[in-house]
Design a binder for this molecule. Structure first.
Ligand code: IMP
Length: 444
């Protein structure tokens, strides 16, 4: 097993690290969080909900987490679900059960913010109905994320984790909220099938969940600020990727939270200026799930390169099982995402997957309506119209990288590829991952 000090161990002045994806999610951040956890005391999720998908292989066992921070697999760490997360309690309970069944202790080492908002089944029904509009559909994960954040921002219907601990208050709240929700759901269904909800039944159900959550519920913002004062080291685990950020991503084809480090302050209570290290995770190619622009997408059919990468990289959604859209590395998008997330260093993941292609392309610019551009447009329609300007690089076809443990063990074409990414982004690559296991990691 890899020693923690190998991961560029945190110096005393480095107390806050963020691991953030620089693409559209699924950059294999979970493995890095698991590894970097060794050098930290606390792991925090600050955005998203049960829409995130982490597969983490630990001691030969594979864990699939969508809501809990990946740090929860290490009982030495305190794992925090911050106030910026939206919590679906049944999923929380399922994931805790899964981990306990594997013999890993989960108790006071897992904390949930009393300020985090709660996902209810009516959020999922709202989402299901709005996603049936083929024009307006985003291609969401169906986990009620968008509607829950809408309620949070709208204030009138939002319900927080702390509310689940007060029976009379929760009942009053749901008796007010549920009839509105039912009317809204019926309007969305416009005469079609729609599920409506009973306030008192939901109250009973969610009070029960509240009791399961109670031992974990805390003022996590205060806990984190105190922990910083005590010199404890914090690792922030971003869910999704920077290009899915509600403000900085490919709007409207984004998630409903701040998935770049911009979300840390609001979503955890830790001021952004306390952040000392941002590691941008870049998959060696690009994937995207759901709708939205993807200039370098490979649509070359069942026998094509895109399908080979999908198969070798097992590019199927952890949450929904959907095949992920696959394409070449997009340096235009990456330069933008690295700037938005202000990254200090890069981790290149899934490099081993590209052994299945003979020639590898990278996108260095876009052609949009006849104009060559190297900036990343804010307008999704312009991105939809973008043709990638591709440069072809020699690959390392057929050479397996999974045994490489030092950068020098990689074929020269693979080394050149990694160096090229660093050069284009002006950010060093500190970590290269060549397989799902912890020891399949190269630290430079
Ligand atoms: P939502 O987050 O379920 O509302 O989905 C909004 C968009 O974000 C859709 O395109 C989803 O496929 C995408 N998305 C959400 N979570 C993830 C993730 O963890 N990885 C990749 N894509 C995601």
């Amino acid at each position: 097993m890899m020693s923690s000090s190998a991961i560029g161990s945190a110096t005393p002045s480095e107390t806050c690290t963020c691991v953030v994806g620089l693409q559209w999610g699924d950059e294999a951040k979970g493995k890095l969080v698991d590894l970097l956890g060794e050098d930290h005391d606390i792991v925090v999720r600050y955005n998203g909900g049960a829409n995130a998908g982490h597969t983490i292989v630990r001691d030969g066992r594979s864990f699939k987490l969508s809501l809990l921070p990946a740090g929860v697999l290490n009982p030495r760490l305190t794992s925090v679900i911050g106030n910026g997360v939206v919590v679906y309690p049944p999923r929380f309970i399922e994931e805790v059960t899964q981990i306990r069944e594997a013999g890993i202790e989960v108790g006071g080492n897992l904390m949930v913010s009393e300020r985090a908002h709660v996902v209810f089944p009516y959020h999922m029904e709202e989402e299901r109905l709005s996603e049936t509009d083929s024009e307006g559909a985003i291609g969401t994960t169906g986990r009620g994320i968008g509607p829950c954040y809408q309620d949070k921002v709208g204030r009138v219907c939002g319900i927080r984790v702390g509310d689940l601990l007060s029976p009379d208050h929760l009942r009053d709240r749901l008796r007010r909220v549920v009839p509105w929700k039912n009317r809204w759901i019926q309007a969305l269904a416009s005469g079609g099938n729609a599920q409506v909800f009973d306030a008192d039944k939901l109250t009973q159900e969610y009070l029960h969940y509240g009791e399961s959550l109670r031992p974990h519920v805390a003022d996590t913002c205060q806990f984190l600020r105190q922990s910083l004062q005590q010199g404890r080291r914090i690792l922030f685990e971003a869910a999704q990727g920077s290009l899915l950020d509600i403000d900085h991503g490919t709007y409207p084809f984004v998630t409903s939270s701040s998935s770049s480090p911009a979300g840390i302050w609001s979503g955890s209570g830790v001021p952004a200026r306390r952040l000392t290290r941002v590691i941008g995770v870049v998959k060696a190619y690009t994937t995207r799930v759901g709708r939205g622009p993807f200039p370098t997408e490979l649509t070359d059919g069942p026998e094509g390169t895109g399908e080979s990468i999908r198969r070798k990289g097992r590019e199927y959604g952890t949450v929904t099982g959907r095949p992920r859209r696959v394409g070449w590395l997009d340096l235009v998008a990456l330069r933008y995402a690295a700037a938005v997330s202000d990254v200090d260093e890069l981790a290149v993941t899934l490099l081993d997957v590209l052994s299945c292609v003979r020639e590898i392309a990278i996108c260095t610019a876009y052609e949009i309506h006849g104009e060559r551009r190297s900036d990343f447009p804010a307008d999704a329609r312009q991105l939809e119209a973008a043709t990638p300007v591709l440069e072809y690089l020699p690959g390392w076809y057929g050479e397996e990288l999974t045994q490489a443990r030092r950068f020098a063990d990689l074929p020269s074409a693979a080394r050149r590829y990694v160096d090229r990414v660093a050069e284009e982004l002006g950010v060093p690559v500190g970590i290269v991952s060549v397989g799902p296991d912890r020891d399949q990691t190269i630290i430079r």
